[in-house]
Design a protein around this ligand. Structure first.
Ligand code: 13P
Length: 249
């Protein structure tokens, strides 16, 4: 099966020097040569690099996103905070919300406020959901996902600008990924939860957590999986491109 309508998100986390930006040239070159024109590539560098990355990709269909945002809509005296308006004006098209690496400092209600704020400014949202290892071991995955999704989507009417990123917290940066059977079940559960809350709406679910150019061959077999949120393997253009090539061939 050829997948040609997938999303590939590079989450650079707290990395990003000049060498990383020039690496995007390789992705641009790859895209030009690729027959596959429907895939969506999104770079999420640190805030400091959003406008430089935007400038780099300006004549391409590559999009740029931030890794987090303040829930506050208006400008003001909030030292160190960056809100949706600032992201938008720096050239951001997307924003990651509820990333597992920050979820222990945030709760679901705050995540819901952030989503409202992002959508109000017409930023698209990459909403991270997923269980910890302890929750998985205690068979709590379904109830965790249900709570995370239900509260995140409170009073959100349309979800067509939300990408759901299933990122089991225990799979991030560990080299471990869920078994195919677990992933199938969790994707089915996520679909059921979303469909119950928001009937007949279009959305996409992607996977994140230790994705690399080897395990992607297994991961891409999961039905309903429409792309990847990639951390460390997105820092080198070659690895990132390898993942895209292998998932779409
Ligand atoms: P790794 O790919 O490094 O495990 O990180 C995944 C992630 O957190 C992407 O948001």
């Amino acid at each position: 099966m050829t997948n040609n309508n997938m999303i590939f998100i590079a989450n650079w986390k707290m990395n990003g020097e000049k060498s990383h930006i020039s690496g995007i040239n390789k992705t641009i070159k790859f895209l030009k040569q690729s027959k596959n024109k429907k895939n969506q590539i999104i770079y999420c560098p640190p805030f400091t690099l959003i406008s430089s990355v935007k400038n780099k990709v300006k004549n391409t269909k590559i999009k740029v996103g931030a890794q987090n945002l303040s829930q506050l809509n208006d400008y003001g005296a909030f030292t160190g905070s960056v809100n949706s308006k600032l992201i938008k004006s720096a050239g951001g098209d997307y924003v990651i919300v509820g990333h597992s690496e920050i979820r222990n400092q945030e709760n679901d209600i705050l995540i819901n406020k952030k989503i409202h704020s992002a959508l109000k400014e017409k930023l698209k949202v990459i909403l991270c959901i997923g269980e910890t290892y302890k929750e998985k071991k205690n068979n709590k995955t379904l109830s965790v996902l249900k709570t995370q999704i239900t509260i995140a989507l409170k009073n959100i009417k349309k979800i067509n600008n939300i990408i759901f990123a299933y990122e089991p917290r225990w799979a991030i940066g560990t080299g471990k990924i869920p078994k195919s059977s677990e992933l199938r079940k969790n994707f089915k559960d996520i679909n059921n939860i979303i469909n119950k809350l928001k009937k007949n709406q279009k959305y996409k679910i992607i996977y994140g957590g230790s994705v690399n150019s080897k395990n992607v061959l297994e991961l891409k077999k999961i039905n309903d999986l429409k792309g990847f949120l990639i951390g460390s393997a997105s820092l080198r253009a070659k690895n990132f491109i390898d993942i895209i090539k292998k998932s779409t061939n």
